[in-house]
Write a protein that binds this ligand. Structure first.
Ligand SMILES: [Zn+2]
Length: 265
């Protein structure tokens, strides 16, 4: 199947290809739980997660940079007033866009080819990626719109970490780098173009160090987990349940009392 911007997120495509967001649905990031059963239900179209306000704000910002606001408006009429104006909670993204494009460096990094799709076989699966700003032979840039660039997150395993590690953006860019390398033979540096929701917004172009990208592949055990996802998708092994996510709670049936020792972990 040839991928394009229309079928990229379809159920059919998600069955055939593996993506970073699918991988995160299966195995989570740092303290954010994944769930094999829920991830499979999502791929099979049996469980839908409505996009959050934060995700939609990010998508709006992507559309601003891509110059596809009209398409965004057609796809998300609920986010606009009857007069056709963007609702107040999304106007913040609009003003952030207007602010960051005035910055020469930010604009330069976001001025690559937009929403470029590539696929490659990694660890036995065909992965699909979509890059926000791709500078051929030079670098890969991903755009993020977050609460606070300098926020410290606490991870049970690693202690205090930054937003890149906490949300698994190191894993995301590491996969992008590997897919591009398979296509072009070139290992490109990876950047995050980030703006935050402070007033006025803070923004940066952040290079993710190569050792962070390499260690993300190791930390998330991508090779073994990918092999497991392939089997889960084929149905040759049964998915495990996390027991606490929305999907697991919806399908919960009690079998035995649990011990109070297992309430927190
Ligand atoms: Zn679950």
């Amino acid at each position: 199947m040839q991928l394009n911007n229309i079928n990229y997120y379809s159920d059919e495509t998600n069955k055939e290809y593996l993506s970073v967001s699918q991988f995160k649905n299966f195995y989570g990031t740092l303290d954010n739980n994944g769930c094999e059963e829920r991830a499979l239900a999502q791929i099979n179209g049996e469980f839908l997660i409505e996009p959050s306000k934060s995700m939609l704000q990010g998508q709006y910002l992507d559309a601003c940079f891509e110059g596809t606001e009209d398409k965004f408006k057609n796809n998300n009429p609920d986010l606009y007033t009857l007069k056709g104006e963007l609702k107040a909670e999304y106007r913040q993204a609009q003003s952030v866009f207007e602010r960051v494009v005035q910055d020469d460096l930010f604009f330069k990094y976001m001025d690559g080819e937009k929403q470029i799709i590539m696929t490659a076989n990694l660890f036995g699966a065909t992965w699909k990626i979509k890059m926000d700003s791709y500078h051929k032979d030079k670098c890969i840039v991903d755009l993020k719109f977050i609460e606070d660039i300098h926020k410290k997150f606490y991870s049970h395993d690693l202690g205090f970490v930054n937003f890149i590690e906490y949300w698994g953006y190191d894993l995301q860019l590491a996969i992008y780098q590997l897919v591009v390398e398979k296509h072009t033979g070139k290992k490109l540096p990876c950047y995050i173009a980030v703006a935050d929701k402070k007033n006025p917004p803070d923004f940066e172009i952040i290079q993710i160090n190569q050792y962070c990208l390499d260690s993300a592949i190791e930390y998330y055990d991508v090779e073994n987990k990918t092999k497991r996802i392939i089997e889960l998708k084929k149905g040759t092994i049964a998915p495990s349940k996390c027991g606490v996510c929305e999907y697991c709670r919806e399908h919960k049936v009690l079998k035995n009392p649990i011990s109070s020792d297992f309430l927190i972990y």
